[in-house]
Ligand binder design. Structure first.
Ligand code: RB5
Length: 150
């Protein structure tokens, strides 16, 4: 299950991402917002809500959108266990999965067009984590999260 979230800037792009996921037969759950001015259209609110669903296991990964992808990524990354990649190119998106096992992709609706966004999402969704030495480094990140010094 893929968690989807956006602020008021990302409503249209999120619709395109939904169509992409449907075409890939991937299930999604929308954590809002779906209306500018609805009260949940600030990126920290929806970013936190959807990131929590990923961290709690209700969803296994997420695609979140704001104007730049940055604000919603910062907010989501405050949730323990969330590894965010904010991407506007396919190389970073793919490597963020293969090396960093990113579990949330964020994109900027004011940065990337819908075709590029769908290409980025496709690379991210189909890439696989390589484990090995990369797992060791992710374990270090988890240790930082737990307040340990490296
Ligand atoms: C909203 O204007 C904008 O600041 C937001 O969508 C996002 O880009 C923040 O990082």
């Amino acid at each position: 299950m893929i968690a989807l979230a956006c602020d008021h800037t990302g409503i249209e792009l999120k619709k395109e991402i939904k169509k992409l996921l449907d075409s890939m037969n991937l299930a999604w759950k929308d954590f809002g917002t779906n209306e500018a001015g609805a009260g949940d259209d600030d990126y920290p609110i929806v970013g936190y809500r959807a990131a929590k669903a990923v961290a709690d296991g209700e969803c296994d990964r997420g695609i979140f959108i704001c104007g730049t992808g940055i604000g919603i990524g910062i907010a989501a990354g405050k949730v323990k266990g969330i590894r965010v990649c904010t991407c506007s190119d396919v190389y970073s998106a793919e490597l963020s999965k293969r090396h960093n096992n990113s579990n949330v992709l964020t994109m900027g609706a004011r940065v990337v067009g819908s075709e590029l966004a769908k290409m980025i999402a496709t690379h991210w969704l189909t890439a696989e984590f390589e484990g090995g030495r990369h797992q060791r480094r992710i374990d270090m990140i988890a240790a930082i999260e737990d307040g340990q010094a490296l």
